[in-house]
Design a protein around this ligand. Structure first.
Ligand SMILES: Nc1ncnc2c1ncn2[C@@H]1O[C@H](COP(=O)(O)OP(=O)(O)OP(=O)(O)O)[C@@H](O)[C@H]1O
Ligand SMILES: [Mg+2]
Length: 162
């Protein structure tokens, strides 16, 4: 069984229009997979379906097995346990993915606090480590900055670190 196993995934709008039709692929640990297709062909919807994040009204059929969990038809509670641990999304536009009113360090701290239960010095250290892992220079300055105060490439790295 692969880490991610997508079988016969079909995504439909509420009025029954097929946006993705019978797609199958799998990804093993350590593997990378690129989806290539023309604009509007369903790449983003496919990745959203993998995390159970399809827009309201859209439905997925088929099977998406992620790290042993069936995503299609899973409860929200089940999905919350999978998102951010087994898989995460780095959205295309870092300026819209980040909260413009929150300093970078605090945004990075949030998932670390929720997922790993870190606080105080340990949380502080984990934030600095996350920034270093994506090779951001001056992690102290970046952590104190608001998203608009760092460059586009730096924002993308912050999103990756999250
Ligand atoms: N929220 C939505 N409501 C209705 N239709 C949508 C919605 N999101 C996407 N679609 C439609 O689903 C189809 C697939 O969209 P998707 O965003 O997956 O394309 P994509 O392959 O990621 O394109 P791009 O390369 O431009 O990012 C498109 O026809 C699009 O119009
Ligand atoms: Mg897309």
């Amino acid at each position: 069984m692969s880490l991610l196993d997508v079988r016969d995934l079909t995504i439909r709008t509420s009025d029954g229009r097929e946006l993705v039709s019978g797609l199958s692929f799998s990804v093993d640990r350590g593997e990378r997979l690129g989806l290539i297709g023309e604009s509007g062909s369903g790449k983003s919807l496919t990745t959203l379906a993998v995390l159970g994040l399809l827009p309201d009204g859209m439905t997925a059929t088929g099977s998406v097995e992620l790290d042993g969990t069936q995503i299609v038809g899973a409860s929200e509670k089940r999905l919350v346990g999978v998102r951010g641990s087994a898989a995460a999304i780095v959205f295309q536009e870092p300026l819209t993915a980040l909260d413009p009113l929150m300093r970078v360090g605090r945004q990075l701290a949030e998932p670390l606090r929720r997922r790993r239960g870190l606080k105080g010095d340990a949380l502080h250290k984990a934030v600095a480590e996350a920034l270093e892992q994506v090779r951001l220079p001056e992690p102290g300055r970046i952590a104190r900055a608001f998203p608009h105060e760092i460059s586009g490439g730096q924002r993308q790295r912050v999103a990756l670190a999250m």
